[in-house]
Design a binder for this molecule. Structure first.
Ligand SMILES: [Zn+2]
Length: 189
């Protein structure tokens, strides 16, 4: 269920175009507010969703060793500038009591969390905490690497600069050997 007010976005986009000195009535721009409104509805569709929902269905499998899903692509919107940041998420956890989630659920949780005005730091901790709460594993380690358009297009203009965030929960908080194991798997092509 979407609570996005398309008409309000359209009006706002039109006002921005006017404010920067454009003519919103010219041919190329006339449909732009509508297009942007539809696009925002999609890009912010995660606002009404809870990533924990994806971990409600679990499977029981006698596997109490590492599960790592790496290179999950995502796109999000920086809440400070409303421009995209995008990259890859890597999620590792060690199931406890054989409680595992479907692998695609990890990717879904990333997508839901990313589709709202966000900070990379918050995506990282939200995913780690959701998995800890719902699956109660021995530990979770989430690493996200992303390029922020607000660092590329404006301000310090440093294209290619990558921001890496990592959140460790459970045994990963103390165990740096286990953390470096994950990091070497992530680098493996
Ligand atoms: Zn920004």
């Amino acid at each position: 269920m979407s609570t996005v007010n398309l008409q309000k976005i359209e009006e706002a986009v039109k006002m921005i175009l006017e404010a920067v000195g454009e003519d919103p009535q010219r041919e190329g721009l006339i449909e732009t507010p509508k297009r942007v409104a539809k696009m925002y509805a999609e890009m912010f569709s995660g606002l009404n969703e809870d990533p924990k929902e994806y971990f409600k269905t679990v499977f029981h499998e006698e596997h109490e060793e590492l599960v790592l899903v790496k290179d999950i692509p995502f796109h999000s919107m920086c809440e400070h500038h409303l421009v995209p940041f995008y990259g890859k998420a890597h999620i590792a956890y060690i199931p406890r009591g054989g409680v595992v989630t479907g692998l695609s659920k990890l990717a879904r949780a990333v997508e839901t969390t990313a589709r709202r005005p966000q900070l990379q730091e918050r995506i990282t901790s939200t995913i780690a905490d959701s998995i800890m709460e719902m699956l109660k594993p021995y530990g979770v380690y989430v690493v996200i690497e992303a390029e922020h358009m607000c660092m590329t297009m404006r301000g310090i203009k440093k294209p290619g600069a990558k921001t890496v965030t990592a959140v460790a929960r459970g045994i990963y908080e103390q165990d740096h050997v286990k953390r470096s194991e994950i990091l070497s798997f992530i680098q493996m092509k």
